[in-house]
Design a protein around this ligand. Sequence first.
Ligand code: SF4
Length: 174
Amino acid sequence: MIDNRSKYFVFVPFCLLAQAYQAEGLVKYEWVSSIKPFVKLLIDNDINIIQMPCTESTYNNSLIRKPMGLKKYDTLKFNTHCENIANLVAEEIKEIINSNYKVIAILGIENSPSCCVNYIYTNHGNEKRKGLFIQKLYDKINCYNIPFIGINRKHINKSLKELEELIEAIKTKE
Ligand code: SF4
């Protein structure tokens, strides 16, 4: 049976494909819906794109919300919500790996209290740490050594290059 599927995957934050899920006032740059350079790179390289659920909009049951710092989100209720979503995403990742497919990377959005990889927005400026959701996901799948890449939407070049290099490295192994 002929089957032409790509066996490569990248997990992306929900708002990478749909920035309407971002908190109000955060969609400031040239991309009004998807953050196009990342989506284009993944599509051009035939990589399966898995959109992780947006923890904040699903928690608020609405797309409309003000940006809030870590303190407002770091509650038992929101952390439990993130834990449940992290469990679902981790299971999905395990299924992919158990099928002998490859997860190339997991992308996050810098400054987000939920989805940042390196820098989080607090009510007292930025701190170096992972977001509440990404930290939980990281703890569950750490054993697989999948790279996490944080996208700073103001300066995307560094994270875009990191992703390009990971894809290139995989292609040269093929
Ligand atoms: S919680 Fe994550 S997916 Fe949702 S808008 Fe924020 S960064 Fe994007």
